[in-house]
Design a protein around this ligand. Structure first.
Ligand code: PLP
Length: 387
């Protein structure tokens, strides 16, 4: 506890209450702002629910693909989803702490994860290995597990060579009353390209895996393979549940279906200047004005999720028109060449939105950055205000 060195009154006792600070205005972001359109999430959920004959799991990992996990979860649950899915147990427990009571599955955890907390908070966990099964049974009685089979990505899930033994061990644990095997899951690596033969191969592996589980005596009611792309394009991949994430927030990896983008990113113009032809902009002077023009400064950059690699290609909308981002995207700022447009400080630029007013979309930003929409929406930085 240090007193201010310049306490010129000198008589303030160390325990005196500090005077309330009155001059701080209500918190109001003056910078970049991300708006989440939950009506879009609702519409996307309803569309996806209508496409799947089984249950719909709303995947809200990575903070609901950057849209807010609890808000997307509640919206999806109100419009056709009955399950929630996340990667880590911590994400599942955060939903519980937020008061979300719906069934939740967490599918990627180290063996040392707090599976006791999973049992206590009724979070289902995926089990990809005998070591995980042992950890879950040690954690307490009554865990609900989904056995996870790698159906062809060499990533998470049990290798097919380990599957039959995992099924038998899980059945033993079930008979001993230690766990309930309620699900079997796989995942498709190439569902965004529906004609890729890897999809049929993965479906075959999954069907084989279900058969092995059955042969071991397991009767899991929840059998789930499809994510967004397969839910929209591959009826043969639909079992008793679909796990959809991207589609909820308007991203269709298969490019087959018109969904509603849910994010709008805006930023205020903090400065405007008229510059002469030849004026170079930003780090490395990567761009110089070819004519006299007006430059507008926006207070967001790659730390806020604008990919630096999009420098030289990206655009934003100002006053209803698109203008190029010029020079390198900095950590905290970008410069927009608005030509002779009468842009003023305080005008608000739309970095991306649904595209309905001609503004750039997340899909275009992904194209400018040579990536996928998922990476753009999950990459918006923490200092961007959410609304
Ligand atoms: C992210 C993820 C999903 C959701 O995939 P989308 O393509 O976003 O719908 C489903 N299952 C697993 C295992 C995932 O990691």
């Amino acid at each position: 506890m240090s007193q201010p060195a310049t306490d010129h009154r000198g008589a303030t006792p160390p325990t005196a209450p500090r005077p309330a600070v009155r001059s701080v205005p209500a918190i109001r972001s003056t910078g970049a702002r991300l708006h989440v359109d939950l009506d879009a999430v609702a519409a996307n959920t309803a569309l996806l629910a209508a496409r799947t004959p089984g249950a719909l799991m709303a995947v809200v990992k990575a903070d609901g693909f950057g849209h807010g996990a609890a808000a997307v979860a509640r919206t999806a649950l109100a419009h056709g989803a009955s399950w929630l899915g996340v990667t880590s147990l911590d994400e599942a427990l955060a939903l519980r702490a937020d008061g979300v009571r719906a069934p939740v599955l967490s599918w990627l955890n180290p063996v040392g994860a707090d599976f006791t907390a999973a049992i206590g908070h009724q979070v289902d966990v995926a089990v990809p290995s005998a070591a995980h099964l042992a950890a879950v049974t040690r954690a307490g009685v009554g865990a609900r597990v989904h056995l996870h089979l790698d159906t062809g990505m060499a990533r998470d899930g049990a290798a097919p060579s380990d599957w039959a033994a995992l099924c038998r061990a899980a059945r033993r644990a079930e008979r001993a009353g230690q766990v309930r095997v309620v699900g079997v899951m796989g995942h498709l690596g190439c569902a965004d390209v529906p004609e890729d033969p890897a999809n049929a191969a993965a479906r075959t592996v999954f069907a084989w895996g279900l058969g092995e589980a059955r042969a071991a005596g397991l009767r899991p009611p929840l059998r789930h393979l499809a994510a967004t792309a397969a839910t929209l394009t591959d009826p043969a991949a639909l079992h008793t549940m679909s796990r959809v994430g991207a589609g909820l927030v308007g991203i269709d990896p298969s490019g087959s279906t018109r969904l509603s983008p849910a994010l709008t990113l805006t930023a205020p113009v903090v400065g405007v200047r008229r510059v002469a032809a030849g004026t170079a902009v930003g780090y490395g002077h990567a761009w110089a004005a070819g004519r006299a023009t007006t430059l507008a400064l926006l207070p967001l950059g790659y730390a806020d999720g604008l990919p630096r690699v999009a420098s030289g290609r990206a655009e934003v909308a100002l006053r209803g028109r698109r203008h190029p981002v010029v020079g390198r995207i900095s950590m905290d700022q970008v410069v927009v060449d608005v030509g002779d447009e009468a842009v003023q400080p305080g005008d608000v630029a739309t970095v991306f939105g649904p595209g309905s007013a001609g503004e750039p979309t997340v899909s275009e930003w992904a194209g400018w950055a040579g990536t996928i929409e998922h990476e753009i929406v999950t990459g918006i930085g923490a200092r961007v205000a959410r609304s």
